[in-house]
Design a protein around this ligand. Structure first.
Ligand SMILES: [Fe+2]
Length: 248
């Protein structure tokens, strides 16, 4: 059904095709939070960053990618996953017709000055970030999100500034920065490019958890076929060994 636009006498611009950034401010229990921060220090061990110079320590590159199976984090991750379900429902998904899978969950710890470079998560569909600390000022390093396309700048590249003729407004922002705050959960499409800006708080270690979710079809009853627009449920997949045979 076509969208009926209200047409005023004066020019009015209407936002179309919004990107869905989910936000929930949770209230962490101080004791549980202290326990989680302590556990992250232990998991990081003696390391203080990824091999790439200036890069924060990220669990996915250091063998810590299943925090959802860690007893200190599992209850929290279950709560966060519940919000991912609400996010899908608000986007219009019928939860009976899609299965949501938690694929990977890892910590990101930024020492002062450390960053995470611009990237996206091509192996996932929905991504989440949960902050264990941060005061909302952005001092410890904002999450920067980039739009997939900047159609409102009309001339590609004008939205980035550099003294050009396009004044930054909400219609042509080249990116959006979100300040960490303890207990804040963010949800966004995994295809969105994002980065973590430098931690400029000399006294604090920036701590967050990342989660990647994947959508598939639900398990398929015997004799029925999954819809072609979603991957079948992984319970129906078959692993092929290096020799090209099905494992026993
Ligand atoms: Fe990421």
């Amino acid at each position: 059904m076509p969208l009926t636009l209200r047409v005023p006498a004066a020019l009015q611009i209407q936002p179309l095709f919004p990107v869905a950034l989910g936000q929930v401010q949770l209230r962490p229990d101080p004791l549980e939070l202290a326990e989680q921060l302590q556990a992250l220090h232990v998991l990081r061990g003696d390391a203080d960053g990824n091999p790439e110079p200036g890069c924060a320590w990220t669990g996915d590159l250091n063998g810590v990618w299943q925090l959802h199976r860690h007893p200190t984090f599992a209850p929290l991750i279950a709560t966060l996953s519940g919000h991912a379900c609400r996010y899908l429902e608000q986007l219009g998904f019928d939860r009976r017709r899609v299965a949501l899978h938690l694929q990977r969950c890892w910590p990101v710890l930024s020492e002062p000055g450390q960053v995470v470079g611009r990237h996206h998560h091509p192996n996932a569909h929905l991504s989440a970030v949960y902050y264990l600390n941060g005061d909302g000022s952005g001092r410890s390093g904002c999450l920067r999100l980039w739009p997939s396309r900047q159609v409102n700048e009309l001339v590609p590249g004008l939205g980035v500034g550099h003294g050009g003729p396009l004044t930054p407004t909400a219609w042509s922002l080249p990116w959006l920065d979100v300040a960490p705050r303890a207990g804040l959960l963010l949800l966004f499409p995994s295809c969105l490019d994002h980065a973590v800006l430098p931690n400029e708080d000399p006294d604090d270690l920036r701590c967050s958890l990342s989660i990647d979710f994947v959508l598939t079809a639900p398990p398929c009853p015997e004799g029925q076929a999954p819809p072609e627009y979603l991957a079948p449920h992984p319970g129906h997949w078959q692993t092929i060994t290096e020799d090209g045979v099905q494992p026993a």
